[in-house]
Design a protein around this ligand. Structure first.
Ligand code: SPD
Length: 426
């Protein structure tokens, strides 16, 4: 060999798009390609970008393998860089072509470090070695794989150990990741829905604020909420007579029962009437005044949840609320989804009336920007703060050992920063 290394620059075309968007499959394939070629892996780092694309590197003792994928084009660009005689990068080339089901590939080989142009320097190599690479020891191998939810300006990443569930349902891609910081995490179409470690913020706030401020809640309807967290919190209120939940996607229920059992614990509770169907259809067909509290625990306003952000849907929710009825929705982030945020508050106000719509906030570290909002709209006399029974809330939170909601948080959540007030008043 007349060079220190061989660098193969590879293009794979017409690959299986799903293979190019699956960070776990790509990581395994890249590591497999390294081992098959005779390389020794030192560490790897892989990132999935929401909604599409993966980037990653496998560092080997003999240099590295790197990849960037564009699933939407069925295209992957790969660098295979090896040093020494013991590794054959062309083996990796063939291995990856099969792993990504590429219809065709092309590659250019470059020699790196032409020996004819190099001369050896005189130094004591042993002084440069650290503990991790002693002659005797195996190299220490590390792994670094990330899930990333991003738009074109900001991103939120979480390191994970791999995927526990991955299914394309009739409505969306349902995935569960085992994250290192937040436990198991449900994502839908690449967007974070809930994680084991911080789910209580969202579920306690969406459930207890309306039930503890309605004068006499008996019938509660949850639209969406397939992970079960909202239902679990609602069922803590033992004097309710009817709790109905309508979730469109049974794969969400399945994934959460399997991998987020604490969040999903209420889904088999006999007090819950769980209906797998379209929530919009259910609301359209429900009799006038049939619920005291309606909670819209939706995903973001793309895909199956789009209709849950429409004026026609909210008019129907208004119709099925009883005279003092309360509707609570997750209303996105005023920082991140500011256009949607402004629009939904205009819609709620046009239906319920200017002084009947309130916004409250909670801090959810795994949602974009961490600042999340809920809307509270009332048909009659219910009000989130006037007449709020502090002691009742305090007792309830203590008795149930809640993690986020308490009487102080309840009141404080309705204190809005000026920029949020302005967005609602515009
Ligand atoms: N961008 C995150 C919005 C998530 C809203 N729904 C979460 C469902 C939890 N039950």
């Amino acid at each position: 060999m007349a060079s220190l290394g061989r660098h193969i620059i590879v293009e794979y075309y017409d690959c299986a798009p799903e293979a190019l968007n699956d960070v776990t499959h790509i990581e395994k394939s890249m590591e497999g390609a390294a081992v098959e070629a005779g390389a020794t892996i030192i560490n790897s780092t892989f990132h999935h970008f929401s909604p599409y694309g993966v980037s990653g590197v496998v560092v080997i003792e003999e240099s590295h393998l790197a990849i960037h994928t564009w699933p939407e084009y069925g295209y992957a660009s790969v660098d295979l860089f090896t040093c020494g005689e013991s590794v054959d990068p062309w083996v990796s080339y063939q291995y990856l072509k099969e792993a990504f089901k590429a219809a065709h590939g092309s590659a250019v080989e470059l020699k790196r470090g032409e020996l004819a142009l190099l001369s050896k320097k005189d130094f004591d190599i042993h002084q440069l070695r650290d503990e991790k690479s002693t002659d005797a020891g195996e190299p220490i191998r590390t792994r670094d794989v990330w899930f990333t939810e991003r738009d074109d300006k900001i991103a939120l990443s979480m390191k994970h150990n791999g995927k526990l569930y991955d299914q394309q349902s009739a409505f969306q891609r349902v995935e569960v990741y085992e994250t290192q910081a937040y436990g198991n995490m449900l994502t839908l179409d690449g967007m974070v829905m809930t994680t084991e470690k911080d789910e209580y913020v969202y579920h306690e706030m969406i459930a207890h604020v309306p039930v503890l401020t309605h004068p006499n809640p008996k019938r509660v309807l949850i639209i969406g909420g397939g992970d079960g967290g909202t239902a679990r919190e609602i069922l803590r209120h033992t004097d309710l007579e009817e709790v109905v939940m309508v979730e469109i996607d049974e794969k969400v229920i399945e994934a959460c029962k399997l991998h987020l059992p604490n969040i999903a614990s209420a889904l088999d509770d006999p007090r819950l009437d769980l209906i797998v169907d379209d929530g919009i259809k259910y609301v359209n067909e429900a009799p006038d005044g049939s619920f005291d509290v309606v909670i819209v625990d939706s995903t973001d306003p793309v895909g199956p949840a789009e209709g849950l952000f429409s004026i026609d849907f909210y008019k129907e929710v208004y119709r099925i609320l009883s005279p003092n009825g309360v509707m609570v929705t997750q209303s996105e982030s005023p920082r991140f989804n500011n256009k949607v945020f402004k629009e939904v508050y205009q819609v709620y106000r046009s239906i319920f009336g200017l002084d009947k719509v309130h916004c409250y906030l909670a801090y959810i570290p795994t949602y974009p920007t961490g600042m999340w909002s809920f809307s509270y709209s009332t048909k009659g006399a219910s009000h989130p703060l006037k007449g709020f029974d502090l002691n009742k809330s305090k007792e309830f939170a203590e008795k149930n050992g809640l993690n986020y909601y308490n009487e102080d948080v309840h009141s404080a959540a309705f204190a809005l920063p000026n920029f949020v007030k302005q967005m609602i008043d515009q």
